[in-house]
Structure formats: structure tokens, C-alpha cells
Ligand binder design. Sequence first.
Ligand SMILES: Cc1cc2nc3c(=O)[nH]c(=O)nc-3n(C[C@H](O)[C@H](O)[C@H](O)COP(=O)(O)O)c2cc1C
Length: 184
Amino acid sequence: MKVIGIASSPRKGGNSQTLVEHILSGAREAGATTELVRLCDLDIQPCKGCNTCKTGQPCVIQDDMGELYEKLADADAVVFGSPVYWFRLNAQAYPFIDRFYAYLKPDFTTDFPKGKKFVTAFTCGGVGPEVLNPLNDYLKNVFSFLGFVDAGFIWQGQCYQLDDLAKYPEKIEEAKALGRSLIQ
Ligand SMILES: Cc1cc2nc3c(=O)[nH]c(=O)nc-3n(C[C@H](O)[C@H](O)[C@H](O)COP(=O)(O)O)c2cc1C
């Protein structure tokens, strides 16, 4: 079983990345192999909307998305972690999501392997479920279109400074349990 964590925050070692890492650590405890990918370490350019991919040709953009796509296709579960920036995901998350368009065939079906598990992990400041639930629904819609199944949602507020998540040991335990639950 392979579990890949995707951290979208530009802040290395920040709260949302750490929340993802705790989920991955739970998955490892249960026997999975895991990998963490930080989107900001990669070159993932925005979709140009050229629709070349809808003529049966590959994406015209040559960057790190192709390799990341292969990793996702190879994983059994994906954990996506993001901070909340102005009531949505941070900017670096969106090019990654948009570029999945190139992996939809001209008839908008996909050969992406079905049934992989998808987990959402957010950290934020002061917002609550009224903002986070719709954001989770948005991600679940995107990834269910690609054939993923919902495998959980976790979040923690009041995470402003780099290691604020450490103030919430019960959330860290919940994250590890969520990671372990992926291996069933
Ligand atoms: C540009 C920016 C916008 C933010 N907007 C919000 C917001 O709308 N609501 C909120 O609760 N927190 C907001 N925050 C706080 C972050 O979501 C929070 O600090 C988060 O835990 C940061 O994650 P990180 O440590 O992984 O980078 C914002 C932070 C930044 C830098």
C-alpha cells in the first residue's frame, strides 16, 4: 500500500504539511510506504486552456506535473493538505488541480485508476466548518471526478505560527488514526 501526501503550502514545515506528515506516519505504522510531495518544490505551471489535450495530444506544458501524475497513479491513497488563504486553498494548489484536465480524454473520461482513497487536511486561523466544509466538498468533487473515494477530512484552526499544530496533541493523534485507517 502506498500513500502519497501532497502539501500545497509555500511554508516549508508549516502546520498543514505537518498535519499531512502525521497522517502519513499513522499509515506507516499500519504498514504503508509513504511519500510527501511539496507542491512548492516542483515546477507546476498553470493550465493554458489551449485544449490540445482534448484533441488526443499530450499536454503542451513540459514541467513536473507529468512525474507527479505518475506518482498519483501509482499510489493507493492521496492525502492533500492545504492552508486556508482568504477562504479558499492557497494559490499554489490550483495549478496542480487545473492540470488534471490534461489527463481527461477528449470525451472527458479518464483512464486514471479508480478507487484510490482521498483525504483532505486543512489548517487555518479563525475560520470554521462554514468555510472548511465547502472547501472539502470542492476537493472531494474534483478527486471523485478522477475516481477517488472519500477517505476522511481533518482540520485544525488557530495555527498561525510555524509549529502551532503542536499545541493540539489530540489532533495529532486523530491524524495518525486517520492514517492507520487508510490501510484496511
Ligand atoms: C495570505 C494568507 C491568507 C490567509 N487567509 C486565511 C483565512 O481566510 N482564514 C483563516 O482562517 N486563516 C487564514 N490564513 C491563516 C492560515 O490558513 C494558517 O496560518 C495556516 O495554518 C497556514 O498553514 P501553513 O502553516 O501550512 O502554511 C491566511 C494566511 C495567509 C498567509
